[in-house]
Design a protein around this ligand. Structure first.
Ligand code: PEP
Ligand code: MN
Length: 444
């Protein structure tokens, strides 16, 4: 394990996708404040999650990771957080019950505020301004003032994450996630959809099973609470470095900004600053792998990020696109497996399937998303490895951002309720549908 590099050493590596701050003193002040803040998560919780992901890599559990592409500060409301949690709980119940597999629940939540962008600038009606890089860096409004990179926002990320996590913790342990609530999670518009009705049926079966358990005197703790963990892309080095702390129990470094951190497709350079920092922390971590990833790239990353080959430490999140996964994934999985690397394989069926409509909306087709997950299952089944999970961008609301699904959302519908500030998310009904389809794939 490499020692934690200092911030200057990371900066000297020329990290990709970082903000350009005008006022260095303000950056130092923000970092100093963050270094004094209490941890958002505990090292012991990160270790528990690592154990669970180790079960995923052994083929004994399935990972469900989901949430917004980009959280926003204004999205930190009780309704918004509850709705996201609710759809994830519903999906987890479907996957657990229909496929009889333990589900590890991981939110893209409480820290997912920074975005890598393909272009540094955005031009509208002849005006060019810095691209929106997530609320952690700048504002979404298309004005010079809002698009300025502001280091104070790093401190705001901390507070927004703390508020979100506090609510999530209350929901998952304080009765909302009690299995006796399975019906109440299925409220309003979802109940009338086809998958809402399928869910209702499943919830009835769970009720009956629980009544039986209660009648025989069994009432395990697991009925009343769920384990739920936070994750985000570890993109901004100032923020992640300031929240990297030595755990007093083990004297080992953890990034206490979230339980699970991942490195994005655009920042996974083997000699880069992101790999350098994440190789030094003890959290469970992930790396996104796009369609150009060679087996040697993946093996190099595994050697740098998990030299001891510790189970649960490393997750490869593949995002190849529905059209490429069947062709490109087999060789990657075969070589990585043949070299004895211990890794959990997870499918991100979103980022390889984005396109722009003629009306200028960034969208994804539900069928492409499902086709990539199916390809992922087929490839792993034929290689003999475990399709360990899915990583999806979703919301608990009735938005119109991805086309297709049982409600046959068309391109023309996208303008009705397109709210994402970055990539298009599955809405609540589409998310539930995906869970039913994935449960079927798991059962086979
Ligand atoms: C994301 O997860 O929002 C993202 C930017 O993904 P990737 O790094 O795979 O492009
Ligand atoms: Mn995204």
């Amino acid at each position: 394990m490499s020692p934690v590099p200092d911030l200057e050493a990371l900066r000297a590596l020329g990290p990709a996708q970082q903000p350009t701050y005008a006022d260095r003193d303000a950056v130092d002040a923000a970092v100093t404040r963050l270094r004094r803040m209490p941890p958002l998560v505990f090292a012991g919780e990160c270790d528990e999650l690592k154990e669970k992901i180790a079960a995923v890599s052994r083929g004994e559990a399935f990972l469900l990771q989901g949430g917004d592409c980009a959280e926003t500060f204004s999205g930190v409301t009780a309704d918004n957080v509850r709705n996201k949690l609710r759809v994830l709980l519903q999906m987890a119940v479907v996957l657990t019950y229909a496929a009889s597999v333990p589900v590890v629940k991981l939110g893209r939540i409480a820290g997912q505020y920074a975005k890598p962008r393909s272009s540094d600038t955005e031009t509208r009606d002849g005006l060019t301004l810095p691209a929106y890089r997530g609320d952690a860096v700048n504002g979404y409004d298309f004005t010079a003032e809002d698009r300025r990179h502001d280091p104070q926002r790093l401190v705001d990320v901390y507070h927004s994450s703390a508020a979100t996590l506090n609510l999530v913790r209350a929901f998952v342990t304080g009765g909302y996630a009690d299995l006796r609530q399975v019906h109440t999670w299925n409220t309003d518009f979802v109940r009338d959809s086809v998958s809402g009705q399928a869910y209702e049926k499943l919830a009835h079966e769970i009720d009956r099973a629980m009544q039986f358990m209660t009648a025989i005197g069994a009432d395990p703790d697991e009925f009343h609470r769920v384990d739920f963990h936070s994750s985000h892309e570890a993109l901004l080095l100032e923020y992640e470095h300031a929240l990297t702390r030595i755990d007093s129990r083990t004297e080992l470094p953890y990034d206490v900004s979230g339980h699970f951190l991942w490195i994005g497709e655009r920042t996974r350079q083997l000699e880069g600053a992101h790999v350098e920092l994440l190789s030094a922390i003890r959290n469970p971590i992930g790396v996104k792998l796009g369609p150009t990833t060679t087996a040697d790239d993946a093996l190099g990353l595994a050697a740098r990020l998990n030299p001891a080959n510790e189970p649960g430490r490393l997750t490869f999140i593949t995002r190849f696109g529905a059209g490429r996964i069947r062709d490109k994934l087999p060789q990657l999985v075969e070589k990585v497996t043949a070299s004895g690397v211990d890794v959990a394989w997870v499918c991100d069926p979103m980022h390889g399937n984005t396109f722009e409509t003629s009306t200028g909306y960034k969208t994804r087709a539900f069928d492409d998303v499902i086709e990539e997950v199916q390809g992922f299952f087929d490839v792993h089944r034929s290689v003999g490895t475990w399709p360990g999970g899915v990583h999806v961008e979703l919301t608990g609301d009735d938005v119109t951002e991805c086309v297709g699904g049982g409600e046959l959302l068309a391109e023309i519908d996208l303008s009705n309720r397109y709210e994402s500030v970055c990539d298009p998310r599955l809405n609540r009904v589409q998310s539930l549908e995906l869970a039913f389809l994935v449960a079927e794939m798991l059962r086979k």
